[in-house]
Design a protein. Structure first.
Length: 225
């Protein structure tokens, strides 16, 4: 009887280890897939043209069409920068085809969270917001970025990544990313040729929306390079 019990225990442990290793391998595969497909140049010109055709609002830099869709161009560049991380992206976005009108500028580092069996995207804003404007066109400048020039948002503002229906769904965990009475929520959908995002700021106490664009609808950006 002891022999049978011991055998069952050994088999159970082997199955558990196999499942854990398979899960870790799957995470590694997904992380590598994200790093392969995310780099590129995107814009939502097609979406903006359709919004205009249908009489919708487009929120321009002069504040006309306020709260409507934003016209965005995004650049995601893979970096080889071990001092910052193993899987690193440089992110720069601007509005209305005006490269100097920076909308979002970040370093993203992607890691596996084995304890939660999930991929995390940590966002690092730049301390000097002007030095690297346009750096997506300057590999020498990108390669000079140091860890001292960026400062990470806290872990509670990481994007958590799950693959669903062939897309990578990246989201913040509920109302975790809060500062004072304001909560920030940023979400991304990523597939082979499309990068979609939406974000909003709400009041933590009431859930009231403080700021968003297009009523928190997704901005759908097509890969153009």
């Amino acid at each position: 009887m002891k022999t049978i019990t011991s055998l069952f225990f050994i088999i159970s442990m082997m199955v558990t280890c196999y499942a854990q290793n398979k899960s870790l391998d799957s995470l590694e595969t997904e992380l590598n897939s994200i790093m392969n497909i995310w780099p590129g140049k995107y814009n939502n010109d097609k979406q903006i043209a359709k919004v205009k055709e249908e009489g919708g609002d487009v929120w321009l830099l002069d504040d006309t069409g306020k709260d409507g869709y934003l016209q965005i161009e995004s650049h995601y560049v893979k970096l080889n920068n071990p001092a910052i991380g193993e899987h690193v992206l440089y992110v720069e976005e601007y509005r209305d085809h005006q490269p100097d009108s920076t909308y979002r500028q970040r370093i993203y580092t992607l890691t596996k969270d084995d304890s939660l069996n999930i991929i995390r995207v940590k966002m690092w804003p730049f301390k000097d917001k002007k030095k690297y404007v346009g750096a997506y066109n300057n590999s020498e400048l990108l390669n000079s970025i140091t860890a001292e020039e960026i400062s990470a948002y806290p872990d509670k503002c990481d994007l958590l990544v799950k693959k669903e229906d062939g897309k990578f769904n990246m989201y913040m965990n509920g109302t975790d990313c809060a500062f004072g009475d304001k909560c920030f929520n940023y979400q991304v959908l990523l597939s082979e040729n499309i990068f979609s995002y939406r974000d909003k700021i709400t009041k933590l106490s009431t859930g009231e929306t403080v700021s968003t664009a297009a009523n928190y609808a997704y901005h759908d950006l097509d890969r153009i390079k």
